[in-house]
Design a binder for this molecule. Structure first.
Ligand code: CP
Ligand code: NVA
Length: 312
C-alpha cells in the first residue's frame, strides 16, 4: 500500500502494526531519526487544524525530517493548476504528503498521481489518523482484549462516525453509532462497508437513533462537534436542534459500563455536544487521545516510508 487514503484500506494486521509502533514512539520518540533524515514532508491543508498540524509537524521532526506546511491558497491549485500536476511537482520535492481537505476524491486523486506516500489528515468522509490515535488510547485503557465490550459514538453521522464504525469493524469490535436519522445519519455506503468488514472480522456494527440504548453498558462514549468544517452555516439552528438529544451528559454517562470512559477527537464545544463536567471530568481521556495524534502519525509515516502496509 503506497498511501493511507481511507480507514477502510487498512487490514487488521496493518492496524495492529501501526498501533504497536505508535505505542513504541510514545516511549521512544527519537527511535528512528534516520527515517526522514535530510528529507522533507509536505503538509497541505485547505481546512483549519490544531492537532493534526501540530502532530504532523512534530512527527516529521521526530523522524529526522523537515515539515513544509502549505495552506490551501499557498498553491497554484486554487488558481486552476490540476491535482495531477500538483501531485507530480510535490513528489519531486517532498518524501511524503499529508493532506487535509474537503473532498475524499481529491485526496484519492493526489494519491493516484503522487509517486510518494499520501496520508489522509481528514476529509469530509473520513479521518483515519484520528482513529489510530483513538485506538492506541483505548488499548492503553482496556488492553488488547476487547471481547464483550461495546464502543459507542454519539452525535452527528459525519466523517468521525464513518471512521469510528470502520476502524471498529477492522478490529473486530462491537461498535455503535447513535445518530439522528435522515440528513445527519451516517452515509449508507460507509455503514454498509463497515458491516461487510465486520462480517469477516467477527465485529458488530450497529446504527441506532437512540442515544441511551447506544450508551447502555458502553466502555467508550465518543463524540464530535455538531458543526463540522464545511457544514453550511444556514443549517446551524436546525442541526443543533436535531442533535440536542445526542448531547453527552452526566445522565448519559451514568448508563455506561462501570469502567466506561469518554473520548472526543476535539475541538470540543462544551455545552453543545458534551457537558463540561463530562469532558473535564475523571472519565475523560481527551488529552491522552490528542497527544497520541503525534505517535500515530509518526507510525504512519514510518511504515509508509518503509512500504510495510499491505492493505485490505
Ligand atoms: N482532531 C483533529 O483532527 O483536530 P484538528 O482539527 O485540530 O486537527
Ligand atoms: N467532524 C469534524 C472533525 C474535526 C476533527 C470536522 O470535520 O470538522
Amino acid at each position: 500500500m503506497k498511501d493511507l487514503l481511507r480507514t477502510a484500506d487498512l487490514s487488521r494486521a496493518d492496524v495492529d502494526l501501526l498501533l504497536d509502533t505508535a505505542a513504541d514512539f510514545a516511549k521512544s520518540p527519537f527511535r528512528s531519526t534516520e527515517t526522514l533524515a535530510n528529507r522533507t514532508v509536505a503538509i497541505y491543508m485547505t481546512k483549519p487544524s490544531t492537532r493534526t498540524r501540530l502532530a504532523s509537524e512534530t512527527a516529521v521532526a521526530h523522524l529526522g525530517g523537515t515539515p513544509m506546511f502549505l495552506r490551501g491558497d499557498d498553491l497554484q491549485i486554487g488558481r486552476g493548476e490540476t491535482i495531477a500536476d500538483t501531485a507530480r511537482v510535490i513528489s519531486g520535492f517532498a518524501s511524503a504528503l499529508i493532506v487535509r481537505t474537503f473532498k475524499q476524491s481529491d485526496v484519492d486523486e493526489l494519491g493516484r498521481w503522487a509517486s510518494i506516500p499520501v496520508l489522509n489528515g481528514l476529509t469530509d468522509d473520513d479521518h483515519p489518523t484520528q482513529l489510530l490515535a483513538d485506538w492506541v488510547t483505548i488499548r492503553e485503557v482496556f488492553g488488547n482484549d476487547i471481547a464483550g465490550r461495546k464502543f459507542t459514538y454519539v452525535g452527528d453521522g459525519n466523517n468521525m462516525a464513518h471512521a469510528w464504525l470502520t476502524m471498529g469493524a477492522i478490529l473486530g469490535a462491537h461498535v455503535v453509532a447513535a445518530t439522528p436519522s435522515g440528513k445527519w445519519a451516517p452515509d449508507a455506503n460507509a455503514v454498509a462497508q463497515a458491516k461487510e468488514i465486520a462480517a469477516k472480522t467477527g465485529g458488530t456494527v450497529e446504527v441506532t437513533n437512540d442515544p441511551e440504548a447506544g450508551a447502555k453498558g458502553a466502555s467508550v462514549i465518543y463524540t464530535d462537534v455538531w458543526m463540522s468544517m464545511g457544514d453550511p452555516e444556514s443549517e446551524r439552528q436546525e442541526k443543533l436542534k436535531v442533535l440536542s438529544p445526542f448531547a453527552v451528559t452526566e445522565q448519559l454517562m451514568a448508563l455506561t459500563a462501570k469502567d466506561g470512559i469518554f473520548m472526543h477527537c476535539l475541538p470540543a464545544h462544551r455545552g453543545e455536544e458534551v457537558e463540561a463536567s463530562v469532558i473535564d471530568g475523571e472519565r475523560s481521556y481527551i488529552w491522552r487521545e490528542a497527544f497520541h495524534r503525534r505517535t500515530t502519525i509518526q507510525a504512519c509515516l514510518y511504515h509508509l516510508m518503509r512500504g510495510d502496509l499491505q492493505g485490505r
